[in-house]
Design a protein. Sequence first.
Length: 245
Amino acid sequence: MFLSGTILNVVTVLIGTTVGVLVGVRMPERLRSSLTDGLGIFTTVIGISLALKLFTDPAVQPGDDLAVLGALLAGVLVGHLLRITERLDALGAWFQRRFSSAGRRSSIAEGFVTASLVFCVGPLTILGSIQNGLSGDIQLLAVKSLLDMVAAIAFAAALGVGVYLSALTVLIVQGGIATAAWLIGANLDQIFIIAIGSTGGLILVGTGLRLLDVKQVRVADFLPALLLAPIFVAIAGAIRRALPS
């Protein structure tokens, strides 16, 4: 089944969030803050490691790095024009008003947005969903599901019940990619996967900076870059082929 890996991932996120919420209630505020800092450091390191593949993978050709930079800048422009950050914040705020208990300040919006970005940005999301959609193989998404369950425990303990809502994002994003792969039945070129993963890594660095309170990067506005990265890399490749050797 082409959605089996996505369904598994949704279930593990829900389980991890439940454990995190139950544990988080008993955590002192200082420990929650330290936990968030740990998540920020881990997320930043993961983002950097993904971004560095753009400079280390043998499939990358000269000019691909500039193409990803162009996609990142164009993506944030598109995100700004579409007001993605404002719309996501508004959606999270609506959920916060809807489900928060009176007199208790919740971080539903932050938990929803942050967890959604971490769970849905990265090469395992793309590769795993494509693999599941094309062949029904859930191996990559099974690995990602275990990682996301551990992350969901930490996120929910630090940021609260808003992490539950990220399961819906996982269902839509991964399910959409798997469905597209199932319908199209074609493989993406390796360089396109690298471009998407590296762009996602850069976005994760911004997420890490937010968690560490270094800078409140409007990471959601960068999301269109994930779609633009393979297009810009393809254009760079066409330019290389057109130039005299």
